[in-house]
Write a protein that binds this ligand. Structure first.
Ligand code: HEC
Length: 159
């Protein structure tokens, strides 16, 4: 009985290896517009690249264990969900209001230690205090600009 169960589990595991979720890798440097617009200083850009873009851009840097199912399914689900909520590669498609709101969310998530997701932080490390402070300061500066843009639409003071 135990042998049969083990055999079945092994077969399921082997079967799973045949399905590979499509990788999230675009050919271009997809976050360039976002970076030109928000101008993150080099250390902040490094943090975004190493701890956020994997789930919030069109370019994920996959770890070796992504070659093993069901880990690959699990990583894929995080990437799909992360991009649905926030995709820095689609920044130019967001309205000013949406950009301002996403940056506001970013400050909250970082302050509360919610991002990067804890499963990701186990392998990639969570944010250091310096990284958090840097991200928040850069984000707040950008919010000032977005809010100014919202307030003075077309050179007129908007209500
Ligand atoms: C392992 C994947 C992963 C990584 C890495 C990651 N995120 Fe996320 N992020 C998600 C997922 C999934 C969601 C949506 C579900 C949730 O809020 O928990 C999300 C939601 C968010 C949201 C909320 C967006 C909204 O409007 O709902 C913000 C802001 C955010 N992440 C910022 C960041 C920042 C900043 C980093 C880097 C410090 C980061 N994330 C790293 C997966 C990730």
């Amino acid at each position: 009985m135990v042998k049969k169960v083990l055999l079945l589990v092994s077969l399921i595991f082997i079967g799973m290896q045949f399905y590979r979720p499509e990788k999230n890798i675009s050919k271009t440097y997809s976050t360039s517009i976002f970076e030109k617009e928000t101008n993150p200083p080099t250390p902040i850009l490094t943090t975004l690249q190493s701890k956020c873009y994997d789930c919030h851009s069109n370019n994920t840097e996959y770890p070796w264990y992504n070659n093993i199912a069901p880990v690959s399914y699990w990583i894929d689900a995080h990437v799909v969900d992360g991009k649905k909520h926030l995709n820095f590669s689609n920044w130019e498609q967001y309205s000013t209001k949406k950009k301002d709101h996403k940056i506001e969310e970013l400050v909250e998530e970082v302050q509360e230690g919610e991002m990067p997701l804890k499963e990701y932080a186990w392998t990639h490390g969570s944010l250091t205090e310096d990284e958090k402070n840097g991200l928040i300061a850069w984000a707040e500066r950008n919010r000032v600009i977005y809010q100014y843009a919202l307030k003075y639409k077309n050179g007129q003071l908007a209500n």
